[in-house]
Ligand binder design. Structure first.
Ligand SMILES: [Zn+2]
Length: 419
C-alpha cells in the first residue's frame, strides 16, 4: 500500500525522537510565553520551561484537562492573536462553557496532510469517490475529508445527513467507492439495504473509514460483510483534531499515531503515573506543531495502549490500540458524545425537574443508538394532568435535543425513587 509521506512516516525512530524533542521545546516555549494559563501552571508547579529537555522531563509538566479548556473559554488557550486564526470550531455536547478551538492556516495545512496520510494508507487514490455521510453541522471534522480528498485528487460527495434511502441511491448512481461515516450509520445502511433486498456486491464500494464512536471488532465484521468492503478505524480528539490523530493502515494491527505532530503518553487514569509500552491506560497527547491552540499533556479520557515496534507496513510511528473505553463517564450515542454533566445542566434549568436522573443507552452489537433520560419530577407534575405532564416532557425533550444534538426519550419518575 502506498505511503503519503514516506520520508516522515517511515523515518528512523531515533531521528523521530530527535524531531519530537526539538518540536517539544518550541511548543513548550510558545505555550509558556503566549498562554497565561500555561505560564501560571508552570510557575505554580515550579517548572522552568527551559529545563524540559528530555521525554522524562515531560512528566514534570502538569496535565491539561477538558475542564481547563472550559474554564478558559473563549480565547484563554490561544497562543496566537485572533488575526492569525482562520478557523474557529466548537465541539458540541460539552458542558459548562463551550470549548472554542482555533486553527491558523498552517494548522489546517498540517491537518489536511494528516487525514490524507490515513486515506492513502488504506488505498484511497485519485480514482476514488468518497461518500461522506457524517453530519457536517454537528461534526465539523467532516469538512476535513473534503479538503484531504482534494489533496490526493479523490472526489467527494458530502451526503451528510441524507436518509439511508438517499445514501443508497447515491452509492448506486454515483458509484461511490469509499464510505466515510460513523459505524452506527453504516449499520443503519446495511439494515436498510437488507430490507430493500439490495445486494452489497452490486455497489462499487471497496473501502470504509469509520470513527467518532467506539466500535468493537464484531461490528467491523458485520460492516465488512454487509457492505462488501474493508473497514478501517480512524481516531481523533475533538479538542485537538478530529479526525487526524491516528489511523489504521492496511495491516490493521492498531492505529498509527502521527508522532511527528502529537506526542503520546499512556497514564494510569487514577494516579497519573506514566505507563510503559503495551500497558493499558489513558491516552495523553501533547501537540508538537499546533500554533493556534497548543495543548500540553492533554488528557483525552480515551483508554488504549501503545505499541512502539515498527509495523509490517513500513511505518515506524507508534500504534495505539482501538479505543473502546473511556476514563470518564461520557457516552457515545450514534457517534454523538454525551456528557452527563451537560444533561444535568439542561435539567437544572427546568422548573420542577430533577435534580436526580439516570441515563440509559441501548443498542445492538455493543453500540449505542438510543438514549433514555429518566428524571425525577415534583409531585404536582407526576400527579397532575396528563396533558400538562406531556407538555413538560416535550420541553425537556426539546431542551436536551438542542443541547446534545440528539433526540432522546424522556421518562418522568417520582421524586425520591432514585434513592
Ligand atoms: Zn502499519
Amino acid at each position: 500500500m502506498p505511503i503519503f509521506n514516506p520520508d516522515i512516516e517511515t523515518m528512523d525512530q531515533k531521528e523521530l525522537r530527535e524531531l519530537q524533542i526539538e518540536r517539544l521545546e518550541i511548543v513548550i516555549n510558545q505555550a509558556y510565553s503566549n498562554v497565561d494559563f500555561y505560564r501560571k501552571r508552570f510557575d505554580q508547579a515550579g517548572v522552568n520551561p527551559d529545563e524540559i529537555k528530555t521525554f522524562d522531563d515531560l512528566k514534570r509538566i502538569p496535565f491539561t484537562t477538558r475542564k481547563d479548556l472550559i474554564d478558559n473559554y473563549p480565547y484563554g488557550m490561544f497562543a496566537v492573536p485572533l488575526r492569525d486564526v482562520v478557523r474557529l470550531q466548537f465541539p458540541l455536547g460539552t458542558y459548562g462553557n463551550p470549548i472554542v478551538i482555533g486553527y491558523t492556516r498552517e494548522d489546517l495545512k498540517i491537518w489536511q496532510e494528516l487525514v490524507a496520510r490515513i486515506m492513502v494508507g488504506v488505498g484511497i487514490t485519485e480514482h476514488d469517490i468518497l461518500q461522506v455521510a457524517f453530519n457536517y453541522g454537528l461534526f465539523m471534522g467532516a469538512f476535513r475529508f473534503n479538503q484531504s480528498a482534494e489533496l490526493i485528487g479523490a472526489a467527494v460527495v458530502p451526503t451528510s445527513i441524507a436518509s439511508a434511502e438517499v445514501q443508497i441511491r447515491i452509492l448506486q448512481d454515483f458509484r461511490s467507492t469509499v464510505l466515510v461515516s460513523s459505524p452506527s450509520f453504516a449499520l443503519h445502511l446495511i439494515e436498510t439495504m437488507m430490507r430493500k433486498g439490495i445486494d452489497p456486491k452490486t455497489l462499487s464500494l471497496k473501502i470504509g473509514l469509520f470513527g467518532a464512536e467506539p466500535w468493537p471488532e464484531g461490528v467491523r465484521k458485520i460492516i465488512e460483510k454487509g457492505l462488501n468492503i474493508h473497514a478501517y478505524d480512524i481516531y481523533g480528539v475533538m479538542e485537538l483534531v478530529e479526525p487526524g490523530v491516528a489511523g489504521e493502515c492496511a495491516v490493521r494491527s492498531g492505529l498509527h499515531i502521527f508522532e511527528d505532530h502529537f506526542l503520546p503518553e499512556i497514564i494510569d487514569p487514577v494516579t497519573g503515573e506514566v505507563l510503559g509500552a503495551g500497558q493499558e491506560g489513558e491516552l495523553v497527547l501533547t501537540t508538537l506543531t499546533t500554533t493556534a491552540y497548543p495543548l500540553l499533556r492533554y488528557r483525552t479520557n480515551d483508554i488504549t495502549s501503545l505499541t512502539p515496534e515498527p509495523c509490517p507496513c513500513g511505518r515506524t510511528m507508534a500504534r495505539m490500540g482501538r479505543v473502546l473505553k473511556r476514563s470518564d463517564n461520557m457516552i457515545s450515542v450514534r457517534g454523538i458524545n454525551v456528557f452527563p454533566e451537560r444533561v444535568e445542566e439542561v435539567l437544572s434549568r427546568i422548573e420542577g425537574v430533577g435534580p436526580a436522573y439516570s441515563l440509559l443507552a441501548t443498542g445492538k452489537h455493543g453500540m449505542n443508538d438510543q438514549l433514555k433520560v429518566r428524571v425525577e419530577v415534583s409531585s404536582d407534575i407526576i400527579d397532575g394532568k396528563e396533558e400538562k405532564k406531556g407538555e413538560i416532557q416535550e420541553v425537556v425533550q426539546q431542551a436536551l435535543h438542542r443541547a446534545l444534538g440528539l433526540r432522546v426519550e424522556v421518562e418522568f419518575a417520582r421524586k425520591g425513587s432514585f434513592t
